[in-house]
Design a protein around this ligand. Structure first.
Ligand SMILES: Cc1ncc(COP(=O)(O)O)c(C=O)c1O
Length: 398
């Protein structure tokens, strides 16, 4: 019996076959069950922001687990209050901000969906979301996710959500005083690392404010410094009504949060939402440690610098297969001229490089924020080899 047999028999079929079995990680490297070392430029899909087994992460898990892990939301704990205050500061909510804790991105967005309904009531049944944006796979967040093929097997969806193109014109046409909220993903990661048009967030802020709708920004993939600001909306200099975060804030520990600004902070009332695990002492202590390390090590500004270096590496590889790079900071989509992204991922894995393909023509690079020159050099060699192998294969079949 191999691990592939076990996985094929015992794990839910909602994921395809597992591509490898990893048993250990350190920094930006993973070791598989055969002892083979891999360079990890996926970081658990933008999650392990400090890399694997970072001493700060390890220490935070161990110390808090040995102190107090969980008491339920009937009670407060010091790490929970510290994290709420830290997230308010990093997001710039000011005094009025509030934080709801869940355990994943989808839970953060579920809370945001309920926030939108509380704001909208009967007068504002409409919610706008962007075609192709991804907000999660629970029934509520799937209803917000503008991908008909994903929704179709699970119809009917929660009502009221309408999908619009990611243009200011489409928003201008769609918005009115019956809209409760606009949901926005600032760089559509799952759709292929597609940034919004320049000026979109500024216009969205102006239009939602004019019509009394909430502007809710999904920072689950873009947050925690990945794009070169703590949160991607900060590049636009706007103030949203709410943002959702998860992935990188826990550095590998499952945690998500909804952060509200201004009057949106007054919408939830006792009993209107909750989670047993959300905001427990263990998860919040780890997220505090991860965010404090990102801050003290200057990894937010570092994402700009390392992102530019990573793009320079792609340029230097100068592959005929690559059409260009998209994204911000260390959230990079490498566009391909042929629909062979899955082949590139396989060729990379065969050479010891972990990357992924959000669609047929895009490779997503979301390494740990801690990558250095050595990782960039290693990436250059491995990615160039993977691209050449696929190019040669394409030429062979042409
Ligand atoms: C933008 C965005 N929103 C929401 C989610 C859902 O997060 P989770 O998988 O933690 O539920 C993801 C996950 O990929 C995401 O990228």
């Amino acid at each position: 019996m191999t691990w592939q047999d076990d996985a094929g028999r015992d794990l839910v079929r909602s994921f395809g076959p597992r591509m490898a079995m990893f048993v250990r990680g350190e920094g930006s490297h993973l070791w598989d069950a055969d002892g083979r070392r891999h360079l990890d430029f996926l970081a658990g899909i933008a999650v392990t922001s400090l890399g694997h087994a970072h001493p700060v992460f390890v220490e935070a898990v161990a110390t808090q687990a040995a102190t107090l892990a969980h008491v339920s939301n009937y009670f407060a704990t010091p790490p929970q209050l510290e994290l709420a205050s830290r997230l308010k500061r990093l997001a710039g909510t000011g005094e009025e901000g509030r934080v709801y804790f869940g355990n994943s991105g989808a839970e953060a967005n579920e809370a945001a969906f309920k926030l939108a309904r509380l704001h909208g009531g009967a007068e504002r049944p409409r919610i706008l979301a962007l075609t192709d944006a991804f907000h999660g796979r629970t029934m509520g967040t799937l209803a917000l996710t503008g991908k008909p093929a994903m929704q179709e097997p699970f119809l009917p969806m929660a009502p009221g959500v309408e999908f619009i193109d990611s243009t200011v014109e489409a928003l201008e046409q769609a918005i009115d005083d019956r809209v409760a909220a606009l949901f926005v993903e600032p760089v559509k990661g799952e759709a292929g690392v597609l940034p919004l048009p320049d000026g979109y967030l500024e216009a969205a802020r102006e239009l939602t404010a004019r019509h009394g709708a909430l502007l809710i920004i999904d920072e689950i993939q873009t947050g925690a410094g990945r794009t070169g600001e703590w949160f991607a909306f900060q590049h636009a200099g706007i103030v949203p009504d709410a943002i959702t975060v998860a992935k990188g804030i826990g550095g590998g520990f499952p945690i998500g949060a909804l952060i509200t600004f201004a009057t949106a902070s007054d919408l939830f009332y006792p009993g209107s939402h909750g989670s047993t695990f959300g905001g427990n002492a263990l998860g919040t202590a780890v997220a505090n440690a991860v965010l404090a390390e990102i801050e003290s090590a200057g990894l937010v500004a570092g994402a700009v610098e390392r992102g530019a270096q990573l793009r320079a590496v792609i340029d230097r590889i100068d592959s005929a297969l690559v059409s260009g790079c998209r994204g911000q900071g260390l959230l990079i989509g490498v566009g391909l001229r042929h629909p062979v992204a899955k082949k590139v991922v396989d060729a990379a894995l065969a050479r010891g490089l972990v990357i992924n393909a959000p669609n047929d023509t895009t490779i997503r690079l979301v390494p740990a924020l801690t990558i250095g020159d050595a990782e960039l050099d290693e990436f250059e060699t491995l990615f160039a080899a993977a691209l050449s192998a696929v190019e040669a294969d394409l030429e062979g079949t042409a």
